[in-house]
Write a protein that binds this ligand. Structure first.
Ligand code: SF4
Length: 196
């Protein structure tokens, strides 16, 4: 029987992008196929769940919230149609935040593509479109023109909060958006608020 390797499950507010401020359950899968230098997520530890146990755990964490965000690590390494069907049957709208290097099962309600190939060796995107694209902005590294052409309903640039960068990254991101107004700013508001 398949086991999903899960790092953590918790209820919080979406901190970034179009759904910022919206209550969601976060289902963080363990493991990723990339090694980004600024990765701020410790997704290495894992607990194995069967499908039924995983949906039960998400439901238990959700209270009355019926929106779940599949994240990681890289959730596309583990998410499959069976999990998607079971979460939908439990009444959840299903979001995913992915680096886009792996194909996704059909039927996900909201796809956030966060490409990392400007910063680390990565396969070409396996996705042809997304609901939103959220791109980490590092001046001189981020190919913003390329990602603005990617088919998505919303295009967000997000400053890099790595310890390798300083606050000038925020001001440079703002300056870039003012000069290229098809972009919108995304901030990691959960960090600013001190919540998960
Ligand atoms: S794709 Fe995301 S989770 Fe994976 S290493 Fe990069 S920042 Fe971390």
């Amino acid at each position: 029987m398949k086991k999903y390797l899960v790092n953590e499950i918790f209820l919080s507010l979406q901190g970034e992008g179009y759904w910022m401020g919206t209550p969601m359950v976060f289902l963080r899968f363990s493991g990723c196929n990339l090694r980004c230098p600024f990765c701020d997520t410790d997704h290495s530890s894992s607990t194995p769940y069967t499908l039924d146990a995983l949906v039960a755990a998400v439901s238990a964490a959700a209270s009355s919230v019926r929106r779940v965000c599949l994240t990681g690590g890289e959730p596309a390494l583990q998410v499959d149609a069976a999990l998607l069907d079971a979460l939908h049957a439990a009444g959840f709208a299903v979001h995913i935040e992915t680096n886009g290097t792996r194909p996704l099962p059909p039927g996900i309600d909201w796809v956030t593509l966060s490409p990392k190939s400007d910063f680390v060796e990565a396969p070409s995107p396996a996705l042809e479109a997304a609901d939103e694209i959220k791109v980490v902005f590092i001046p001189g590294k981020t190919d913003a023109e390329r990602w603005l052409a990617f088919p998505a309903r919303h295009h967000f640039l997000q400053p890099c909060y790595s310890s390798e960068t300083d606050s000038s990254n925020v001001s440079e991101t703002v300056a870039y958006i003012l000069a290229h107004p098809s972009w919108r700013l995304s901030l990691q508001t959960h960090r600013l608020l001190g919540i998960r």
